[in-house]
Write a protein that binds this ligand. Sequence first.
Ligand SMILES: Nc1nc2c(c(=O)[nH]1)N[C@H]1C(S)=C(S)[C@@H](COP(=O)(O)OP(=O)(O)OC[C@H]3O[C@@H](n4cnc5c(N)ncnc54)[C@H](O)[C@@H]3O)O[C@H]1N2
Ligand code: MOO
Length: 596
Amino acid sequence: MTDSVGAIVLAGGRGSRLGGADKSGITIAGRPMLETVVGAVAAVAGPVVTVGPGGDTREEPAFSGPVAGIAAGLAALADRVDLVVVVACDLPDLDAETLRRLVAALGRPPADSTGRTATDSTGRPAAALAVDTGGRDQYLLAAWHRRALAARLEALGRSGGLAGRPVRALYDDEVVTRVTVGAPARDVDTWAEVAASGPIALAHVRAVLRAGLTPLPTTARPPLEAAGAVLAAPLVAADPMPREPVSAMDGYALACEGPWRLTGRARRAGDDSPAGLVAGTAAPIATGALVPAGSDRVLRHELVEVTRDGSGPAVVTALPRAAGQNDLRPAGEDWAAGHELADAGATLDPALTSAALSAGLTSVTVRGPVRAVVVTTGDEILPAHTPSPLPPGRIRDTVGPLLVEVLGRAGLACSGPPGHCPDTAEAMDAVLTGRAGSATSDADVVVLVGATGRGVADHLRPALDRAGATIVLDGVRVRPGGSQLVAALPDGRVLLGLPGNPLAAVSAAATTGRALVDALTGRSRPEVLVPVPGLDRAAAPGRTRILPARPDGAGGWSLSARVRTAHLADLAGAPALAVVPEGAASGDLVEIIDWI
Ligand SMILES: Nc1nc2c(c(=O)[nH]1)N[C@H]1C(S)=C(S)[C@@H](COP(=O)(O)OP(=O)(O)OC[C@H]3O[C@@H](n4cnc5c(N)ncnc54)[C@H](O)[C@@H]3O)O[C@H]1N2
Ligand code: MOO
């Protein structure tokens, strides 16, 4: 009789080393890790129980750790099975064969002599535990005799409880056979490990860059000098708005009940007359003028009638429709001193810069603006203004000068015209070590166009190696722009490598360029999501597509189905790029990016 096998897949946890990301949703090699793991498990096990948010069951209490998760999974399996496979959801290389080996090892006496007491009277091990390539136990890749696992959990429950227990505790005092499974036991705990697993999903670019790059230092500057930068601390008003009681309209300042004798001195904006109003009197007042002491109301002149009766002062009477109206803006009507106008992460756009001035701030704490320089590569590239006829095989630079604008929209402030780097190792070394001129050495980010491929003329990767750079991102599962690259240079600059084809360069500048600014400045940025018809036809398997998007004149967007990447003609007249993930279906919302 063969033993029946069930499986517990742990898909909870806080992903603390992943910035709190949900591990099960992380895609490696184009596949969510959870899908890979469940696929492998389903090939060897009958009932499969996933434990975690959105799974079949959850640990009690939530986030109380893997041991509590395994207990919840076992309770859901009940006694339907003899053997239980226990796996974490973060094993992107797991395969069915590895699980079969673990299950098979349960039937044999332990291969290694643990010297511990057997709990199984047959002498078989209680559990078979995977060992990875580094010789480390992988506690969340194992097979168990169900009864042994149940007994072990019960024992742990009695001695200190299951919550927060390290998973290693399951194996203490058990007869465990270790099976060296090697590579399939690799787990993914950090974004660096995600990025090292080959081209990443476009959706992960932001998190990978945030984890792999150091934010720029903060500086305190007057608001106008910080325009375009990102707040590193909340923007807190120093002054109330308005600072003093002022009139919102041209009209009359009034004291107490009317009708009012018009005896007060007229007030203009900028007036600082100390004279007040006595009860029953009025004074003409301009928009923005300080309200005189003693007045408790302002009415715009459309709401009053002014009558002159003989030689006495004119009389101001409120019209019936003035009931309940008051055009006096008390101090602090819009905000009080100490009010938080914007959170850290907000961009000092012209509006927020202006608001900082309204709030009386003389200095704001910011990161950025990120300073960038564009360097094109390729011996075939001639300056954009080169007259015809061009020598055979040469082309004009059709993207460098325009990238400055695209990068600016993404939040990268480019200084000067693009530089050019010939296809030699020495020239590339000079760019990466800052010897290529002050523009490249002063920049926070060097944006390199071309040379991201692995062709005969591409010197970038060997040069990064020689420079001692750390590659943070090498390839994205996106078309166009798949070969893009981001590296941290030892001197603190960041290299953004854009693929050479012009449309790919623009597309990567608009998407990864934005994510790069987010990472370097802590910028927060909401995505713009819109419905787009015909999405299923636009989506492609295996990668995200970036397609030119045009307003359709009826409140929606239409996408270009086909794009050629060697020029920007297909982008002409398209103010946005649409990000169409693999598997996008009609009715889904897609992100659109205003690339220009
Ligand atoms: N064996 C493979 N070859 C290529 C692949 C691939 O997957 N396997 N991908 C292709 C794609 S897609 C792109 S994009 C490029 C990316 O390669 P590079 O970043 O190394 O780009 P270059 O080779 O330097 O240039 C590519 C193409 O673009 C033209 N170019 C470059 N700079 C400019 C410029 N400033 N203005 C106008 N045109 C420019 C250059 O002449 C090339 O024609 O790799 C493909 N190959
Ligand atoms: O980067 Mo290429 O399509 O992706 O032109």
